[in-house]
Design a protein around this ligand. Structure first.
Ligand SMILES: Nc1ncnc2c1ncn2[C@@H]1O[C@H](COP(=O)(O)OP(=O)(O)OP(=O)(O)O)[C@@H](O)[C@H]1O
Length: 366
């Protein structure tokens, strides 16, 4: 049995973060144009989340970074050096990238120590042991060195996978939906731990997720993809508060959307009249109001009259479906639970200005 008593372990995992850049990447699978001119930079030490719906191309981009796939055109650079493109192709094992997949991909017939050692095969036996032990200690699983994966919980298996990815001290760690196999409660704590470990190791990380909240929790920056293109990239704050279009807004918030037209500098919707910000008369617009942006109270002054159609208690919050005059479209609101008296039918709705977004209804938003 290998003991984990080496005092040199404390400094483990500190790595030299690299910049990873995608330049005008196109990828075709036969007739399918999967990635359409992606340009994106993960800065050294940053956690960059690739967010998008299923099939948007997130995993494909990650596979290109890892060297598991080769793009049809464009370049991938690490610290400025081309690692794929221009007739160059650096194989995965020479890229200093660590990979972590959603199913953790642990070898069931190998102990935790051997699973982690597996990624370190090019080192001497002594170095391999030292580095593997250090990585296992880092994720707090030194008491499971000789256990097999099946005796570990899902969260522990995730930590082994993280240790295996980090053990070779990669400059860039690539994670594909790393928490999707975990149940909701476990997910929050494992995600927080993973984030702390990534910060400590200072590796550049690219994390794929389809969950906007997860991207906001993890990412220093987020790139939102759809149909193989980057629709918007920026910090969570930038994207949430200034979404480029309705798709982006809808990805980050639950919305009520009304189609309308600008007239005399304003647009009318069942939730009120909103500023059209200088758009000419006749401009078709979509007015989006976040469900958390509706303040629903007992009947009072001003506001929009509404009627409660249904309520769903969710603990901290409550989901309401409301009927308002002038539309058959149900209006949804998410309010703090128990703020509205039980059994109330008639209400007044106030719309918070910061939760109203207006987009021109062009082809981009269709
Ligand atoms: N090996 C392949 N052969 C053909 N088409 C592929 C291949 N791999 C991916 N695709 C297609 O490329 C597109 C992007 O797939 P990709 O897996 O990158 O998306 P994703 O955003 O990661 O989706 P998900 O969240 O469902 O994993 C999809 O339309 C997919 O069907």
């Amino acid at each position: 049995m290998v003991q984990s008593q080496d005092s040199s372990l404390q400094r483990t995992g500190v790595t030299f973060a690299a910049e990873l850049a995608f330049e005008d990447i196109h990828l075709h699978y036969g007739d399918v144009h999967t990635l359409k001119g992606i340009s994106l930079v993960a800065k050294p030490g940053e956690i960059l989340c690739l967010l998008g719906p299923s099939g948007s191309g997130k995993t494909s981009l990650l596979r290109l970074a890892a060297g598991l796939e080769e793009q049809s055109s464009g370049r991938v650079r690490m610290n400025g050096r081309v690692i794929a493109g221009d007739n160059v192709f650096t194989p995965p094992e020479k890229r200093s990238v660590g990979l972590m997949f959603q199913d953790f991909a642990l070898f069931p017939h190998m102990t935790i120590l051997d699973n982690v050692r597996f990624g370190l095969r090019s080192m001497s036996a002594a170095d391999t042991n030292r580095e593997a032990l250090a990585a296992i200690r880092r994720v707090g699983l030194e008491h499971h060195l000789n256990s097999y994966p099946h005796v570990l919980s899902g969260g522990e298996q995730q930590r082994v996978a993280l240790a295996r990815a980090l053990a070779p001290r990669p400059s860039v760690i690539l994670m594909d939906e790393p928490f999707s196999g975990l149940d909701t409660r476990l997910k929050d704590s494992v995600r927080a731990e993973t984030l702390a470990i990534l910060r400590e190791t200072r590796a550049t990380a690219i994390v794929v997720t389809h969950d906007a909240e997860e991207a906001m929790r993890m990412g220093d920056r987020i790139a939102l993809l759809d149909h193989g293109e980057i629709i918007q990239a920026g910090t969570a704050h930038e994207i949430y508060h200034a979404p480029r279009n309705l798709f982006v807004a809808g990805f980050f918030s639950e919305l009520n959307v009304f189609s309308s037209t600008c007239r005399g500098g304003v647009t009318e919707t069942p939730l009120g009249t909103f500023d059209c910000a200088g758009r000419p008369d006749g401009t078709p617009v979509s007015v989006a109001v976040r469900t958390v942006g509706l303040d629903v109270r007992a009947p009072g002054e001003g506001g929009i009259p509404g009627r409660v159609v249904s309520r769903r208690f969710l603990g901290v919050t409550e989901n309401l479906v409301l009927a308002v005059p002038g539309t058959d479209q149900p209006v949804r609101a998410r309010i703090r639970a128990d703020e509205l008296p039980a059994g109330i039918r008639d209400v007044t709705i106030y719309v918070r200005p910061g939760d109203i977004m207006l987009f021109e209804s062009d082809a981009e938003n269709a």
